[in-house]
Design a protein around this ligand. Structure first.
Ligand code: ADP
Ligand code: ZN
Length: 610
């Protein structure tokens, strides 16, 4: 069951219990000193009763005090249908009254009071929840989503290093916040939402703050993950508040950290999360509802753009994405230099060397390295930070990161470099593949140790058989390169193999591109909506025999391509070596650089485009 729902059930049970207790109390208070009717009657006979009040269902009365000065004792008894009673009371001289009307009020009160109490409790709970105050068992439900507003931010763009591309892209946002009029006059497209995409600690928050600092505007921030633990409706109200406050302070920046916690694609999980959906919907409504000319720019950060609800990325929302990637070697050096401003470096400190030692580290890690080094120097009573402290600090930070984030060993890096260059070389040699933009071995998390970025030349609707085969060949380039250079492949090729197998399967089963299986479409028609080219469609209805033939055909396609790739890479072995070494040195290499190396090689002329 949903956590929040369970808690609200507890509140309900608690309130209900309270209600019953109150009624009980009310009841016993009314019925204190209840005596049997016979007892009452005998008191009357004994002249002990001073006065009685005959109500609809009970008789309440007062006895004469037993001794002088004592308070009169009150009692109550059930009213019995006794026609002689009035007679008897008159006879004994007991004062008596009948109050029939007042019981109506009492009846009403006995209903209204508990309801009021109930409502008051409920109101109190809601109050506490929305104020986010309080303790005890109420703490679970309290709202953590706080809107922070900061003015006069001291952070500047010069405090962010190693992410020059992102900085450049964001300069325009600063320009707009500084002089919104200029943009409105010229009628340029004003950004509304900018999504900063990148791993944690690369400086996304820092960049957002630097924009606010440079433009001299207030900075509103809120974190997506804080919305998740709230009562339905509270998150949406917070979003509304946020935009209202921001609009009042425009020009300004709204920064939503961890947008993925809030903006997960709707209705994909096993349980739909109503609170998150409401909050997300409210965010969409607010983003659509304001005119960017008021000068509010929404920045959001995420490290998982792929799980975001596509609605968030539509035009007029977060339609601009800025990659804030892990820094390369030069970037790392710049970041180290920046953080070393505040410490005294000894002449032997070599930040370039430290940068070379720390592939895969992000800005936050590097800031940590400098900090650790300074602490070590203090502990050693040194008045400057030497290279030894810096290197030791790197080791400490790596040890701390090892559990979270893999940092590759030198041997692994060498393997990854050859693997990536393998992909790139095959892509260069085969016609109709997307040109290689960039090759990188800057680790980016566990899934991809390196990557070869191919930019598609044009949007393609049709792919020919040979183009699909070439795609498979490029995917196999990595593992074949590993085998050629190191004698065996590694687990690093699992993802490539899966992609290659998917393409081959679709060639056989959906496109009828296999001679042995023939011109058949074996999959269900129509295929499920939104199937991407790489996805495997669900299995259709065909025989075991056909299934075996399909498997054989898929294997055949991949084998043929593997042989082709092996021929290409064997011929290009020297280029593979040279490229990998350059990549190890620089961590990032452009496609251009590799192509120049290739051009010097006799067989390195790319195949003519057929
Ligand atoms: P993110 O929001 O991407 O998770 P932060 O902006 O919170 O990362 O970064 C945390 C800290 O790490 C920053 O306050 C800063 O000290 C340091 N840092 C991160 N990236 C950089 C960078 N590119 N340049 C300088 N310092 C950085
Ligand atoms: Zn690969």
């Amino acid at each position: 069951m949903d956590k929040k729902f369970r808690f609200s059930i507890w509140y309900f049970i608690f309130a209900f219990w309270l209600l019953i207790m109150l009624q009980e109390l009310y009841f016993t208070a009314q019925h204190r000193n209840e005596v049997p009717y016979s007892q009452f009657k005998s008191w009357v006979m004994q002249n002990k009763v001073k006065k009685v009040e005959i109500l609809e269902t009970v008789i309440q009365g007062e006895l004469y005090p037993e001794r002088e000065g004592q308070a009169p004792q009150r009692f109550q008894t059930v009213r019995v249908d006794d026609p002689d009673l009035v007679h008897l009371l008159e006879e004994k001289g007991v004062e008596f009254t009948g109050v029939a009307v007042s019981t109506l009020w009492r009846d009403v009160a006995s209903w209204v009071v508990p309801i009021l109490v109930f409502a008051a409790i409920w109101f109190w709970i809601l109050q506490r929840v929305s104020q986010g105050a309080g303790g005890g068992f109420m703490r679970i439900g309290q709202s953590k989503a706080k809107i922070y507003m900061e003015k006069d931010i001291p952070v500047r763009m010069s405090d962010v290093a190693g992410v020059d591309e992102a900085k450049e892209e964001l300069m325009e946002v600063i320009e707009f916040l500084k002089t919104p009029d200029k943009f409105t006059r010229i009628g340029g497209r004003i950004p509304k939402g900018v999504l900063l995409v990148g791993p944690p600690g690369t400086g996304k928050t820092l960049l957002a703050k630097a924009i606010a600092g440079e433009a001299g505007v207030p900075f509103f921030s809120i974190s997506g993950s804080e919305f998740v633990e709230m009562f339905v409706g509270v998150g949406a109200a917070r979003v509304r508040d946020l935009f209202e406050n921001a609009k009042a302070k425009a020009p300004c920046i709204i920064f939503i950290d961890e947008l993925d916690a809030l903006g997960k694609a709707r209705g994909t999980g096993p349980v739909t999360h109503e609170e998150r959906e409401q909050t997300l919907n409210q965010l969409l409504v607010e983003m659509d509802g304001f005119d960017p000319r008021v000068g509010v720019i929404i920045l959001a950060a995420t490290n998982r753009p792929e799980i975001l609800d596509p609605a968030l990325l539509r035009a007029g929302r977060f339609d601009r994405q800025v990659l804030v990637d892990r820094p390369d070697r030069q970037g790392r050096e710049a970041i180290l230099r920046l953080h070393a401003r505040h410490i005294k470096l000894a002449p032997d400190a070599d930040l370039g060397k430290i940068a070379a030692m720390t592939p895969g580290m992000v800005g936050a890690d590097l800031a940590n390295v400098v900090n650790e080094a300074a602490l070590l120097a203090v502990r050693r009573n040194r008045d400057m930070v030497h290279q030894t402290e810096l290197e030791e600090a790197v080791e400490r930070v790596i040890a701390g990161l090892e559990k979270k984030n893999r940092v590759l060993s030198p041997a692994e890096r060498e393997r990854v470099a050859h693997h990536e260059v393998g992909h790139a070389l095959v892509a260069f040699m085969l016609p109709g593949t997307d040109p290689v933009q960039k090759i990188s071995i800057v680790p980016r998390g566990i899934a991809a140790l390196g990557y070869t970025m191919q930019l598609p030349t044009e949007d393609r609707y049709l792919l020919t058989k040979s183009e699909l085969e070439n795609k498979i060949a490029v995917l196999l380039g990595g593992l074949v390169a590993e085998e050629l250079v190191f004698g065996e492949m590694s687990t690093g090729a699992a993802d490539d193999l899966q992609k290659a197998a998917n393409i081959a399967k679709r060639m056989v089963k959906d496109y009828g591109m296999s001679e042995t299986v023939g011109r058949v479409a074996l999959e269900l028609t129509p295929p499920p909506a939104f199937l991407k080219p790489g996805d495997v469609s669900p299995r259709g209805d065909y025989s075991e025999q056909t299934a075996r033939e399909v498997d054989e055909a898929v294997k055949g396609i991949i084998q043929t391509q593997e042989e082709r790739v092996r021929t290409i890479l064997t011929q290009l072995h020297p280029v593979l070596r040279e490229g990998a070494h350059r990549l190890l040195e620089q961590e990032i290499m452009t496609g251009q650089e590799l192509q120049e190396m290739l051009a010097k090689h006799p067989v390195g002329q790319p195949a003519p485009v057929s």
